[in-house]
Design a protein around this ligand. Sequence first.
Ligand SMILES: *Cc1c(COP(=O)(O)O)cnc(C)c1O
Length: 430
Amino acid sequence: MTDGPQLGFDTLQIHAGAEPDPATGARQVPIYQTTAYVFRDADHAAKLFNLEEVGYIYSRLTNPTVAALQTRIAALEGGAGAVCCSSGHAAQIMALFPLMGPGRNVVASSRLYGGTITQFSQTIKRFGWSAKFVDFDDHAAVAAAIDDDTRAVFCEAIANPGGHISDLDAISAISDAAGIPLIVDNTTATPYLCNPIAHGATLVVHSTTKYLTGNGTVTGGCVVDSGKFDWTANDKFPSLSQPEPAYHGLTFAEALGPMAFTFHSIAIGLRDLGMTMNPQAAHYTLMGIETLSLRMDRHVENAQKLAQWLDDDPRVDYVTYAGLPASPYADLVPKICPKGAGALFTIAVKGGYDACVKLVDSLEIFSHVANLGDTRSLIIHSASTTHRQLTPEQQEAAGAGPSIVRLSIGIEDAKDLIADLDQALTKATS
Ligand SMILES: *Cc1c(COP(=O)(O)O)cnc(C)c1O
């Protein structure tokens, strides 16, 4: 099968990366539960280590089950290559790693998943990296935040938790003008709803833990490279454009062209950081991703119904869903995510913190968990959980204040979800 842009999304989500197993004819991708791969001879081994021939060496670097998933996600995103890793947070470090160095910074949206804000504002400082947080609706502020040490711009296509949409065309124009890549976290949109690369992104990161797997079984992450960024256009990315001492002086951009970033991520990133996805996790995600478009259509349909119902309910102050006509982001939906605004949004409950706590404790179908993108409907009170480490100002900026709960709408019957919210809101606000 040829994996080309001529094939539709529904075909690629099932077939991309999955030839019948050459050894057995197995139609499903086998779980290659092996650590190492026998070299044909010493010459073959040398060629593999020199990246002169592509093949399998050791499963910290590459594994055939993981490779099938990488090929599939790259095809769905329209990228040149992809590297899977152990979690979404690992993917973010893996995306920044070839670009950054001590003293360098990333300009990031203030409306990011709370865990990412903590990773970027605290943990990356230990590498000598830093992040500058900006309101990405204010494009002039994004441009102004970029300085000589900025090596990437980072935002979410549809932001967790509020479902706010980033104007990727406008933001990629700013990063292009500065000669640095735009990295888009496409976790909550998925490639079915949004194609960041078509809107100018260089790198796309995913928490495959969420919709791509879709069934709440495994954590994983992925970095997709568009293959379109010219790493040699300026001197900002020496690890890709200059001889890299960490790989016996190989110049990745020259030797590997559009696959430079992907090979760097495997040959140095996975080799030395070791944030590898295991083949069992890749298997569960391959199973889930086969039905991605069907699930996303239903997620969006249900989210639209529930957001509308909640918006009309007097017990709710406001609903942030960008699919509502009155949303300030409604105009971006047809441009950035034409098949729908996703299935993640927040509501502000009348009665504040106490009412929110009572609401999450009273629901019967919705589960109170720190996850999203499951077939099951999920709810979380961000201020007391995922966004607990943030300051009150950061919580407000991230759309996760004390009276706010985040809903991840599943693919159950919409009428049952509405009935569940109705009874729980009555208990929470009476
Ligand atoms: C969950 C999530 C992450 C982190 O992914 P993990 O797989 O939990 O490490 C990053 N970004 C977004 C938008 C997420 O929802």
